[in-house]
Design a protein around this ligand. Structure first.
Ligand code: HEC
Length: 112
């Protein structure tokens, strides 16, 4: 499964060719795993994002309140509410620690 995804990504990267030469793997991971809730633009204004009331990552104040270590941890281990109910799932089985760090850096770039 994991291998399949990698192959598909490799394939689409080849097809996209020069046009997407600047796109980092983090951008693809974001699109595939995170954009549904957090939005392609990081604002969280998607149907699921609005329902879950996710933060706006283009907001400098929101960015200032987050620490890289907590962001890595949230992506790796997921986010639960105060009653222990899952708000965001854990991604450590699907994404490597390196990919998770790159996603945190990617989120930082949404800041306007
Ligand atoms: C099912 C919807 C959903 C998906 C998919 C999702 N998230 Fe989240 N995420 C949430 C919710 C809900 C929260 C908690 C509310 C908040 O902090 O905005 C959250 C919180 C976070 C935080 C915590 C920020 C902090 O306050 O420290 C980070 C970082 C994050 N998500 C990154 C990601 C990344 C990276 C992905 C993709 C690998 C992802 N999310 C996928 C719903 C989602």
């Amino acid at each position: 499964m994991k291998l399949d995804v990698k192959l598909i990504l490799a394939g689409s990267a080849l097809m996209a060719g020069a046009a997407l030469a600047l796109a980092a793997p983090a951008a693809e991971n974001w699109e595939n795993h995170c954009a549904k809730c957090h939005g392609a633009d990081g604002k969280g204004q998607t149907k699921a994002g609005k329902k879950l009331n996710v933060k706006d990552y283009t907001d400098a104040k929101v960015q200032a309140e987050m620490k890289d270590a907590d962001m890595n941890k949230a992506t790796a281990e997921g986010v639960v509410d105060k009653n222990g109910k899952e708000r965001m799932k854990a991604y450590k089985d699907e994404l490597s620690a390196e990919e998770i760090k790159e996603l945190t850096a990617y989120i930082r770039k949404f800041k306007s």
